[in-house]
Write a protein that binds this ligand. Sequence first.
Ligand SMILES: NC(=O)c1ccc[n+]([C@@H]2O[C@H](COP(=O)([O-])OP(=O)(O)OC[C@H]3O[C@@H](n4cnc5c(N)ncnc54)[C@H](OP(=O)(O)O)[C@@H]3O)[C@@H](O)[C@H]2O)c1
Length: 258
Amino acid sequence: MGVEVNLEGKIAFVTGASSGLGDRFARVLAMAGARVVLASRRVDRLKELRAEIESEGGDAHCVELDVTDLDSIKAAVAHAETEAGPIDILVNNSGVSTTQRLVDVTPEDYNFVFRTNTEGSFFVAQEVAKRMIVRAKANPERQSRIINVASVAGLRVLPQIGIYCASKAAVVQFTKSMALEWARFGINTNAICPGYIRTEINEGHFETEAGQKLISLLPRRRIGEPADLDGLILLLAADESRFINGAVITADDGHSVF
Ligand SMILES: NC(=O)c1ccc[n+]([C@@H]2O[C@H](COP(=O)([O-])OP(=O)(O)OC[C@H]3O[C@@H](n4cnc5c(N)ncnc54)[C@H](OP(=O)(O)O)[C@@H]3O)[C@@H](O)[C@H]2O)c1
């Protein structure tokens, strides 16, 4: 007898679906049967992904979203629900990084990282949660999921990305506040903390000498691929994870154990 995650009938809203982890999260949720709404600024990339998901029998929709713009967040969430239906699962994944020493961080760098990673993620979760709460009041049995994509950099300090580390530490902390405040509305809010995974955010760096050195210091001397998070995203999206709330789960191939 096998057990499989079945997300049929669920609607998943994935931010930052135009590349990297978000692209993969959307694909895997669609493969499990969810109707996925792909959101980010590069709508052309979202449309390509939608076509690929549909060609494999999945159900996908696209909405334009800039998480640094509150009006855009409200419009995108409203549009998603009109197009696809009430959101059951939010994958709050959009994020950016910059690389420099702290003494070189400009106000522009600081705002770029915090407005996307911290403020943007917070207000996306808030906008989606408001709607989940209204529905929970009408149907207390309803289950909802918010999965905030933080980072191992939110748990420990990594060199040259101090502002990014701080922005993700805030995501870890507000994940726990959300879990506490929204638990009674059937919303499970958890954070995932990936280690190094090759995507557009970092692929240039891993080709450099410093990047290669960094890889050589990891326990298995390798970085991950987006599919390495498939099991974790499915677990946290599924109804079967109803007792997991406020968890901060590291998926880093052992990077943060030392
Ligand atoms: N890769 C890693 O090693 C790693 C490790 C730990 C955590 N993470 C986190 O994982 C998440 C995904 O990163 P990734 O590695 O997949 O990088 P990526 O390939 O660069 O993807 C980043 C995504 O964020 C979206 N985004 C950026 N600014 C946005 C904005 N203002 N509004 C809406 N969407 C925006 C981008 O879409 P558009 O440009 O189309 O808007 C893109 O889809 C991030 O939160 C990152 O911090 C990554």
